[in-house]
Design a protein around this ligand. Structure first.
Ligand code: GDP
Length: 435
């Protein structure tokens, strides 16, 4: 799906708009509790079009006295990474020098840009907004993010300028697409280089479906796969850019384009907040995940066993713990094959289709011996269930009183599915519908 980046100087109302854009969607998805939410990234949907939104403003530290350079950097990154840029300005303040700076950058880009004028909540302000033509970005949309007026029109205009997503190039069977993600210095480029280094069968850098995501086709240990956006990772390693924002933005892009995310964690640092955010991004996007604990060569084995370490990480992954964790060293090339095998297996798990008869046969028995708890004296009956023909595993259970089936029971169903079929590394959706 498309990635929209909201840019603009501080206090123009970017986050209020961002929250509005993702609110509806959050209410629908309402993902698992207990996971730190990254408030700067969300999924949104308008008129049936899904897209991701990034509030770049959320990454500016001490937003009262921001350095112009920092804003500039963020706009440049947004231009690099997003598909569409939403530039927000403030009618109360009018055009500021910083707005002009941003506009100057945006006038040069070939990606679609939408100018949104915020805080327009009366006819007078509507007239004032005319001055924003001077930014040289063409037509603008006016809105008021606090009241929500005009945000519908804003979203309409945004959807209108989405680039057409070309159909993925049809190979006979598309190769699995892996994205190597993780914090700066986790060892992503070392890992990729270790693969390339020994590989005589690296085919080509082929252009992906989106302009900037470059896939590299690999043939390694007999596996064929595409690595998403390796160019970006390798380029980045040279720059040694450690802006947190950069790595998140980079990850969003890669994750969106992948089937399976290979999350590199630095064993010497442990599983940190930023790792958790990236993990959550992958899960929220319903991608497969493999966790690689890299630099395992540096860990004193008598202070910390792989088993203990794994336990600790699994705790951090809760509640989505059914994920392969492999201890590797990109430097000494330990267990790289195992890591790849795990990624390939996760991809297969994610593509798995269970026949409706087999699914019913097993799950109805499970449900019979442990039915959903009765509520207000009413019994919930589930008589039929199936896997949906969707890209990622989704299961629907038909019940007489679907609203009575609560999250704990859904989790129970999910666990039972995972016990009987291998969905390791793959997020699952469970729906209860009226029969
Ligand atoms: P990236 O930013 O995630 O691409 O990380 P790099 O691949 O640039 O690695 C960061 C640093 O960690 C470099 O100095 C690497 O040599 C080092 N490094 C990467 N993987 C390993 C490993 O498995 N073991 C050790 N000891 N060092 C590693």
């Amino acid at each position: 799906s498309n990635i929209v980046a909201i840019v603009g100087r501080p206090n123009v109302g970017k986050s209020t708009l961002f929250n509005r854009m993702i609110q509806r969607r959050e209410a629908i998805v309402d993902s698992v509790a207990g996971v730190t939410r990254d408030r700067n990234y969300g999924k949104s949907e308008w008129n049936g079009r899904e897209f991701s939104v990034i509030d770049t403003g959320g990454y500016v530290r001490g937003s009262d006295d921001v350095f112009e350079a920092e804003i500039r950097k963020q706009v440049e990154l947004a231009i690099d990474e997003a598909d569409v840029i939403l530039f927000v300005v403030d009618v109360e303040e009018g055009i500021t020098p910083m707005d002009e700076e941003v506009a100057k950058l945006l006038r040069k880009v070939t990606k679609p840009v939408l100018l949104g004028v915020n805080k327009v909540d009366n006819a007078m302000r509507e007239k004032d907004a005319v001055e924003f033509y001077n930014l040289g970005l063409g037509e603008y949309v006016t809105f008021a993010s606090t009241s929500g007026s005009g945000t519908g029109e804003l979203l309409d205009a945004l959807i209108d300028i989405f680039p057409e997503t070309p159909e993925p190039t049809q190979e006979e069977t598309p190769l699995p697409r892996f994205a190597v993600v993780g914090r700066p210095n986790a060892g992503k480029s070392s890992f990729i280089n270790a693969l390339i280094g020994q590989d005589r069968f690296v085919v080509t850098d082929i252009a992906g479906t989106t302009r900037d995501a470059i896939d590299t086709k690999f043939n390694r240990f007999g596996f064929e796969f595409n690595l998403v956006d390796t160019a970006g990772i390798r380029r980045k390693a040279k720059v040694k850019e450690d802006l947190e924002f950069y790595s998140v933005m980079r990850s969003v892009r890669a994750i969106e384009h992948a089937d399976v995310c290979i999350l590199m964690v630095d064993a010497t640092r442990g599983f940190e907040g930023q790792d958790q955010n990236i993990f959550w991004l992958a899960e929220k996007n319903r991608k497969g995940v493999v966790v690689l604990v890299n630099k395992w060569d540096l860990v004193e084995k008598d202070t910390m066993s792989a088993r203990d370490y794994e336990k600790k990480i699994r705790k951090e992954l809760e509640p989505f713990t059914d994920v392969p964790i492999v201890f590797v060293s990109a430097l000494t090339k330990q267990r790289l094959l195992k890591a790849l095998e795990a990624a390939v297996k996760v991809h297969e798990n994610r593509k798995q289709r269970i026949s409706t008869s087999k699914f019913n046969e097993h799950m109805l028995k499970v449900i019979e011996s442990y039915p959903p708890p009765a509520l207000k004296g009413k019994y919930v009956k589930i008589k039929y269930c199936m896997q949906l023909p969707t890209e990622t595993p989704q299961f629907v259970f038909f019940a007489n009183l679907p609203q009575y089936v609560k999250d704990p029971y859904k989790r129970f169903l999910e666990n039972k599915i995972r016990e009987n079929w291998d969905f390791e590394g793959v997020p699952i959706d469970i729906y209860i519908r009226e029969k």
